[in-house]
Design a protein around this ligand. Structure first.
Ligand code: SAH
Ligand code: SF4
Ligand code: F3S
Length: 485
């Protein structure tokens, strides 16, 4: 979901959480997250639930009593990474026989007790809707048993659980607004690992945003597999449940969250082309703190492939949605996801993906080789018949084209003044700070007197393929010359 880097794999891997304050007991939890932002956000729920059960988190796996891996199943290589990680953990268990190891998240949900049989090291398997049961399950494990809970729920949203914020910068945070997915794209494992779609109570979402702002956070990203189908107080047939209460769809939710404070930036991920309405775009256009950036995964540029993927739109429909974005917000940045070598993809169909990319010129893209997933519609119905080498060749072509476009789009953002939300020191130098502009582009500038969490004006003067470089300018200059907020 969230842009981490712009090449092949957006699934962040193996990031450990920082020390958790307030654990009541002396036991130590080492929690590592893989996959999409939803998983990272869930880890903050898990840390909260286990802190109540007496666990404090540590960044040093050597001192852990419990190691939990929050896993991803989206492609085969995501699962292989976890298998390797488990191999590596064998050593840890040899050094500390009391160490317990658990698998959370999508791989836990997909493989269930099979994981206990295949990976002898694993003591605990817990799916994404069963985290409230963790204290009980962990107790069982501490008593020397193995424990599994992979029940999926139609209601669970962890709405009232206060996530423990483990990103130590304290400027940007995720808020889950819904869980699960009802779409059944034929390539995708998520409906099997995350269950049915359900939306979270808007009041609890707004309350969480208020709380984050009060704690100094200045940006929230609203998370869901398909945020455009967020709905509250309407049933799946579109009937109002309680006529005395307002209906809240995604456009209204964005309005509510952006009203928390004009200095709270709001982003969201992921939009679905078949559901993205003009109403959402109009709300975005109206408010400066709704960031002008949309991640709109296309997957393929050919309508026949999109049909086999069960995406629910054609090339023409997708391009019409792009035209709507350009019409309503001419300057909005757009990124996408692309799959190379889906079942039966011909050279011509691959060519259509390239031509669509040329037409849209995305700021950024996440690009993948198709990876067949068990139980999905594609696995049951189609043959994974594009040879591996050909998938690789097509992906390389897609990446090369995107790099050209990213460079061009970044260059076009040069020479203007942006209101940048400062996130912290840049990756390369302590003397420099970095932050994002509204278009989600990273801007690097000299540190001077800047503090994380501040908004500062930066004039961009140079760039690499996806990062802008610039200099701080006083507010008076920004006001006189004009700036992008
Ligand atoms: N809900 C989001 C997608 C989450 S998965 C959406 O609909 O956009 C993130 C991306 O992983 C997808 O957009 C797709 O490009 C990619 N992906 C999912 N399943 C895949 C598979 N089996 N092989 C390769 N890429 C896949
Ligand atoms: Fe997967 Fe499609 Fe749902 Fe995204 S919308 S999570 S790709 S099934
Ligand atoms: Fe996310 Fe991976 Fe699961 S992308 S929803 S963690 S399969």
């Amino acid at each position: 979901m969230r842009p981490g880097n712009h090449t092949i794999d957006e699934q962040r891997q193996g990031e450990a959480l920082g020390p958790l304050p307030g654990g009541k007991g002396g036991r130590k939890l080492y929690l590592e997250s893989y996959g999409c932002q939803m998983n990272f956000s869930d880890s903050e729920i898990v840390a909260s639930i286990l802190s109540e059960a007496g666990y404090s988190t540590t960044k040093d796996e050597g001192e852990a009593d419990l190691i939990l891996l929050n896993t991803c199943s989206i492609r085969d290589n995501a699962e292989q990474r976890i298998r390797h990680r488990l191999q590596h953990l064998k050593g840890g268990k040899r050094d500390n026989p009391n160490l317990k190891v658990g698998i959370l998240g999508c791989m836990a949900e997909r493989l269930r007790d099979q994981l206990l049989e295949e990976e002898k090291l694993v003591d605990l398997v817990v799916g994404p809707d069963a985290y409230r049961d963790l204290p009980r399950l962990v107790e069982e494990v501490e008593g020397g048993q193995k424990a599994v809970n992979t029940l999926l729920s139609r209601e669970e949203t962890y709405a009232e659980i206060q996530p423990v914020r483990l990103d130590d910068k304290g400027v940007t945070a995720f808020i889950s607004i819904m869980r699960g997915c009802d779409n059944m794209c034929s390539f995708c494992v998520v409906p099997f690992t995350r269950g049915r779609e359900r939306s979270r109570d808007p009041q609890s979402i707004v309350a969480e945003a208020h709380d984050l702002f009060a704690k100094g956070y200045r940006e929230v990203t609203l998370l869901g597999q398909n945020v455009d189908s967020y709905k509250w107080n309407v049933d799946s047939k579109g009937n109002v449940k309680d006529p005395g209460q307002p209906v809240v769809r995604f456009a209204q939710l964005m309005d509510l969250v952006s009203d928390v404070n004009p200095d709270l930036r709001v982003r969201f991920s992921t939009s679905h082309p078949k559901d993205m309405t003009d109403e959402v775009l109009e709300v975005m256009a109206r408010k400066d703190n709704l960031c002008k950036y949309i991640h709109l995964p296309v997957q393929s540029g050919h309508s026949d492939v999109l049909k086999r993927m069960n995406r629910g739109y054609t090339r023409e429909w997708y391009l019409n949605r792009i035209a709507a974005i350009r019409r309503i917000m001419p300057d909005c940045a757009i990124s996408t996801d692309v799959i190379a070598g889906f079942c039966g993809e011909t050279a011509e169909e691959h060519g259509a993906t390239l031509s669509l990319m040329r037409e849209v010129k995305y700021e950024m893209a996440f690009m993948f080789k198709y990876s067949e997933r068990p139980r999905t519609l594609a696995e049951r119905k189609f043959e994974d018949d594009v040879p591996e080498a050909e998938k690789g060749r097509r992906l390389t072509e897609i990446i090369a084209l995107q790099q050209e476009h990213s460079r061009e789009r970044t260059a076009a953002q040069c020479g203007r003044i942006y209101r940048v939300l400062v996130e912290g020191p840049s990756k390369k130098s302590k003397e420099e700070f970095q932050g994002r502009n509204t278009y989600n582009a990273m801007v690097v500038f000299p540190k001077e007197d800047v503090q994380p969490g501040e908004y500062r004006f930066v004039r961009t003067t140079g760039h690499t393929s996806i990062t802008l470089r610039g200099e701080l300018v006083p507010e008076a200059v920004a006001l006189a010359e004009g700036f992008v907020s």
